[in-house]
Write a protein that binds this ligand. Sequence first.
Ligand SMILES: O=C(CO)[C@H](O)[C@H](O)COP(=O)(O)O
Length: 287
Amino acid sequence: MNRHVWNQAAAPEGAHGTTPGSGVDVRIAPSILSADFARLGEEVRAIEAAGAALVHFDVMDNHYVPNLTIGPLVCEAIRPHVSIPIDVHLMVEPVDALIPMFAKAGADIITFHPEASRHVDRTLALIREHGCKAGLVLNPATPTHWLDHTLDKLDMVLLMSVNPGFGGQRFIPGTLAKLRDVRERIDVHRATGGQPVWLEVDGGVKTDNIAAIAHAGADTFVAGSAVFGAPDAPEAGGGYHGVMQRLRDQAAAGMRHDRPQIPEDDFKPTYDKTTGDASCHSTSARP
Ligand SMILES: O=C(CO)[C@H](O)[C@H](O)COP(=O)(O)O
């Protein structure tokens, strides 16, 4: 299957989520839910130029969540505008029929809510069969035991720190304890030979709370209103560049450095804009 070429060689130091000299990855994933939809190509190019690691793409169906957003056609339309991976968060029920459509449209990562799929294991396999990274999303009240029999099949765990459906909500503080729980599970999994699993958090992430969120264990941070609400004028704080830099710096400052040392993961994604070439690349062992 024709998929995106992931190659981070061209990324400047400090861009696309790497924090130079820190030894830790901080990945900021701006949610285009808060972007100007009339200028979406320009908006995603701007966040990539500002150092975004991922484009976070929120899909809402007015059924699983009480809002209606964007689908595969929009994913396909923005794909040629950026090299960074598109991180598709499916807030839909049922899930499976959309997976081949998003894979074809250029998604690199597809996450879904386990309670929205009748067969979670089958849905995870379907995502991977279509050449994408797979993740589970846990709502604020969804227990972490969903990870008990799935962690070895995941590339990402996404913890919702708001109830899904709308941007601009307040961060739910109980997410910090949940992050610590999932961080520990992932660290044990890695230390016992498991594959890399990113820990993403989504909802109400701002410059004034991202350090605490990083300290609790997140490595990948969705930020919608914080990024796209940033004033454009450089004199007013540097626009997207300024806010992304502050988010990265604060997150890196909050990261714990006493965690078990594990090898760097190999999740180095970049779409080749020049050729439009598309094939997933990962050397991770897949179960
Ligand atoms: O999935 C989402 C809502 O369901 C959004 O990604 C999330 O809320 C990000 O927006 P903000 O940073 O403004 O809270």
